[in-house]
Ligand binder design. Structure first.
Ligand code: GLC
Ligand code: CA
Length: 513
């Protein structure tokens, strides 16, 4: 029994989870005050999006001090208390490690940019301008524009794959590697159970800084939109040296902390190497799944391929929402509650570790962001970051009545935790029932079963089957057994006759025939 393998993880976006002091910004004491909800739901661990001091050029993903806590979120003692209070409820806490870049206000970068001879100069990636005065290569920032900004003081450009306030570290430099070993040791020593590693696939860049080639029709739509194949900026062989090094730091602690990588690759065959020989990441996010359309055939295909390519020691991860994409109730389900129930059933019954994003458990849709509300440097992700909807009272249970939250509220009257807690047939209770039920077959093998078009059926060992009709027609499956849980909450305990209406799903105890 390994907690992160058998359990359910839950992503908390601290600024939007719970405000404890009425300033409109969620904080660590707020998270602590909501642990009972997470324990009730059956969550085994939480991943906190960045908690470190940050000028918020990218909302915490620009870290100015890896050992501190952002004053808006609380203090180091608040974090210790959160870890302890979570621990007493059987919930582990993961932090968000951001190793690809720091804030431009981090003391390392302040020193680095001060002169060409500064001790930290080579901790970042500096180059002379091209002969025409432009950037040294064609690399682009994920937020648009060149990945290089000229720093007048020393006449060189620094690399930033994200905002200019997020200069990339030079992971070829041994001192950078050592500095992060110490950051990990610090937090693991303080009781943190692991880290989610931001852009784990990007940290080491081509040493020669060669141009990336243009994308073509063989690329995933996401890559095509960006315009280039990231062959010299992502998935460099040397990234695996760094991951092995971190895994061995984990090995210094008992119990061993968990490394969860934001491995943003769009081909599952590129995902497998991140598990190493059982000596790199413990868990690696599956973005082909996140970015797939909500179609049975497509999703089942990605799951089958993942099952086939991951090494025996590689445990899959399934997630549908996070702080960077439109929430699945909107993106996949267009607000249909029946489809939201199917999506939760799917996430929570596949073989692998599910990561829920805050609000997934109530089917919370995207927030509405007006042009004046945009805070995200990429301009599109605020919809997923609006405050958690706890109740229908003024302030949504997130903050005090009358307080303006840092991002606008969604419709907390229509969708909130308190109302759904009162309703045994709600999405929230379904999520909880699924989390409890999955423990019965958590390590059973996955195998797909024959199913009509639009439908996805699979077994979890000989005893359990899951069938989901994501299509628009009634279907009849050649599958019998006793319904353990249905998306509609009505069929549990009844025999299954093989019939599924559109947007309906069941978990069955199979008849042994
Ligand atoms: C990751 C984070 C995202 C951030 C980016 C740069 O993708 O999830 O929020 O903008 O890395 O740190
Ligand atoms: Ca606050």
């Amino acid at each position: 029994m390994t907690w992160w393998r058998d359990g359910v993880l839950y992503q908390v976006y601290p600024r939007s989870f719970q405000d404890s002091n009425g300033d409109g910004v969620g904080d660590l004491n707020g998270v602590t005050s909501r642990l009972d909800h997470l324990a009730w739901l059956g969550v085994d661990g939480i991943w906190l999006s960045p908690t470190f001091p940050s000028p918020n050029a990218d909302w915490g993903y620009d870290v100015a001090d890896y050992f501190g806590v952002h004053p808006e979120l609380g203090t180091a003692e608040d974090l210790d208390r959160l870890v302890a209070e979570a621990g007493s409820r059987g919930i582990r806490v993961l932090l968000d490690l951001v190793p690809n870049h720091t804030s431009d206000e981090h003391p390392w970068f302040r020193d680095s940019r001060s002169s060409r001879e500064a001790p930290h100069r080579d901790w970042y990636v500096w180059r002379d301008p091209a002969p025409d005065g432009g950037p040294p290569n064609n690399w682009r920032s994920a937020f648009g524009g060149p990945a290089w900004t000229l720093d007048e003081r020393t006449g060189q450009l620094f690399l930033h794959q994200f905002a200019a306030g997020q200069p990339d570290l030079n992971w070829w430099h041994e001192d950078v590697r050592q500095a992060f070993d110490e950051i990990l040791r610090h937090w693991f020593g303080r009781g943190v159970a692991g880290v989610r590693i931001d852009t784990a696939h990007l940290i080491v860049k081509d040493r020669l800084l060669r141009d990336n080639p243009p994308a073509d029709e063989t690329d995933h739509p996401y890559i095509r939109r960006r315009g280039w194949k990231p062959i010299h900026t992502a998935n460099q062989p040397e990234v695996h040296d760094v991951l092995k090094r971190w895994r061995s730091v984990c090995g210094e602690f008992d119990p061993e902390p968990v490394l969860v990588g934001e491995t943003y690759v769009l081909d599952v065959r590129q995902l497998a190497p991140y598990y190493g020989a059982g000596d790199e990441l413990h868990l690696a996010f599956n973005f082909p799944f996140v970015h797939a359309p909500f179609r049975a055939e497509t999703l089942a295909g990605i799951v089958a391929e993942t099952e086939a390519v991951l090494p025996g020691h590689g445990w899959p991860v399934w997630t549908a929402s996070n702080h960077d994409v439109s929430r699945f109730p909107t993106r996949w389900c267009a607000g249909s509650e029946a489809l939201i129930r199917c999506a939760l059933m799917l996430l929570l019954t596949l073989r692998g570790t599910p990561f829920l994003y805050q609000g997934d458990e109530i089917g919370m849709p995207d927030g509405e962001i007006g042009p004046d509300d945009v805070l995200d440097p990429a301009g599109v992700r605020d919809v997923a970051r609006t405050p958690m909807q706890w109740s229908g009272e003024a302030g949504g249970g997130f903050t005090a009545a009358g307080v303006r939250p840092w991002l606008p509220f969604g419709d907390y009257f229509a969708c909130n935790v308190a109302t759904q807690r009162e309703d045994r047939d709600s999405v929230l209770w379904l999520a909880r029932d699924l989390i409890e039920l999955r423990r019965r077959f958590v390590s059973a093998p996955y195998a797909s079963l024959e199913a009509p078009a639009g439908c996805w059926a699979f077994s979890r060992g000989p005893g359990i089957a899951v069938a989901l009709n994501l299509g628009e027609a009634d279907v009849v499956l050649d599958l019998r057994g006793e319904v353990l849980l249905g998306t509609d909450h009505v069929r549990a305990g009844r025999p299954f006759d093989g019939r599924l209406a559109p947007a309906e799903g069941v978990v069955l105890a199979r008849s042994q025939d």
